[in-house]
Design a protein around this ligand. Structure first.
Ligand code: UD1
Length: 424
């Protein structure tokens, strides 16, 4: 088993460039299933979730590989319309191959998904949307079986602006006959990136109103080369880490507009944030002022930044309240943060964080991807040594995290538990 060892108490200083966006990579890789030919991607991060998605595409009979810096997909043929349980269990986003496979093959059999343990995560919006487009859906033995000779454009309303359902249904609707409208759709920047990708390949997708998407279907997509957008969650993680360590970090390769809520909340804590054309500089200041946060769909405060931001607030001078409205259980990591000395209490969907003078290093376990970001930030500010296990959850979404943190001056390394051998 691997562990990450962090010696806390060092300021982060310098420049760091963010990798390609995980969520954008996953949804565009799924969408490449609609292209009966080759797609070449650049800026796809080398992370666990991408390996899982490439494995999923190969399991469907599609050619999908890294070649140097590029990822090459050849979906001329889909040989298999059934997805393996092991892959969908590992990563929820792989469930979204259902619609494209159905559109290409007339049938699909996909297991119900798993993914990070952050609350109940049903797929009812996905299934209702596919049914509205004419799919016949059966649920049997933990699998969703879908049938459709052809899909038709439809009016779809989402009860909540779900990122996954918006991506999945809009991508599927590209192959449906006629026009589809998705109402109360999500509008995260990664969804715009997906639509850019699909439109460049020949689709016609646009927002016709706030949270209303129009997809003109029946388009035959052509081969393209596409560069996915940078990862705003990775950028946010470095920005919060800079603030927490009283550091001075320039996070490069990111449009500050995508990070507005995080930038504004960092300013409220008292730190200085300078927005540049495609970079953000964060200069941490003490004392950290307490702030209140409510997570919301974009352009609200992103739920993915709730966990790392809470680590910062654990050493604020006063009490902060963080309310999670997107997921029903994204506070499990707080018990690990408490092991490092944080004073936290959960009441319903709100975490109450009473700032403490300092955190102390401890052995802790990463339970989901962004819990990993929170515990790393806690480790960076804690006095002494922290030992993080559960690194497979972290590796799902961060590329080269240790080397990037090390280049900023952090003391972070990985060991194998048995031999204490350094594998960096
Ligand atoms: C995506 C992101 C994830 C981010 C999340 C919210 C990817 C690969 N993952 O996850 O990083 O944290 O958006 O910004 O892009 N829901 C239903 N029924 C459904 C679908 C969703 O009730 O059919 C609920 C979920 O349980 C959750 C909420 O809607 O409470 C939001 O989920 P959703 O936006 O779908 O998240 P994901 O797409 O899984």
């Amino acid at each position: 088993m691997e562990k990450m060892i962090i010696e806390g108490g060092r300021r982060l200083e310098g420049k760091v460039r963010v990798s390609g966006s995980k969520n954008s990579a996953l949804s565009t890789l799924v969408a490449s299933l609609l292209i009966r030919g080759k797609t070449t991607f650049f800026n796809i991060p080398r992370i666990g979730d991408v390996w899982t998605m490439l494995e999923m595409l190969r399991a469907l009979g599609v050619k999908a590989n890294f070649r140097g810096e590029a990822v090459e997909i050849d979906a001329t043929q889909i040989d298999n319309c059934e997805a393996p349980y092991e892959l969908v269990k590992k990563m929820r986003a792989s469930f979204n191959v259902l619609g494209p496979v159905l559109a290409r093959c007339g049938r699909a059999r996909i297991p119900l998904p798993g993914g990070c343990d952050i609350g109940t995560r049903p797929v009812d919006f996905h299934l209702k949307g596919l049914q509205a487009m004419g799919a016949e859906i059966r649920m049997e033995h933990g699998y969703v079986e879908a049938y459709a000779d052809s899909l038709e454009g439809a009016e779809i309303y989402l009860d909540f602006p779900s990122v996954g359902a918006t991506c999945h249904l809009a991508t599927t609707a590209v192959s449906a006959k006629g026009i589809t409208y998705i109402h109360n759709a999500a509008e995260e920047p990664e969804i715009h990136d997906l639509f850019n990708f699909l439109n460049q390949a020949g689709a016609h997708i646009q927002y016709v109103d706030s949270r209303v998407i129009e997809i003109k279907g029946s388009e035959r997509l052509g081969e393209i080369t596409y560069r996915v957008m940078p990862d705003r969650m990775e950028a946010g993680t470095f920005m919060i880490a800079a603030a927490a360590t009283e550091g001075d970090v320039i996070v490069e390769g990111i449009n500050p507009q995508y990070l507005k809520p995080v930038i504004e909340k960092l300013r409220e804590t008292g730190c200085e944030v300078i927005e540049m054309e495609d970079a953000v500089r964060v200069i941490g200041k003490r004392p950290i002022k307490p702030v209140n946060i409510v997570t919301m769909p974009h352009p609200g405060f992103p739920t993915d930044m709730q966990q790392p931001f809470t680590a910062l607030l654990s050493i604020a001078e006063g009490t902060s309240m963080v309310t999670e409205t997107v997921y029903d259980s994204r506070f499990k990591y707080l018990s690990e943060l408490a092991r490092m000395g944080a004073d936290v209490k959960v009441e319903g969907r709100t975490a109450i964080i009473r700032g403490v003078k300092e955190l102390t290093g401890a052995p802790v376990t990463i339970t989901d991807l962004r819990a990993g970001a929170a515990l790393i930030i806690a480790g960076l500010i804690a006095k002494g040594r922290s030992e993080l296990s559960g690194l497979e959850n972290l590796d799902r979404g961060y590329e080269d995290l240790e080397s990037k943190l090390t280049s900023l001056g952090a003391s972070v390394r990985r060991i194998r538990e048995e031999s204490k051998e350094c594998v960096l």
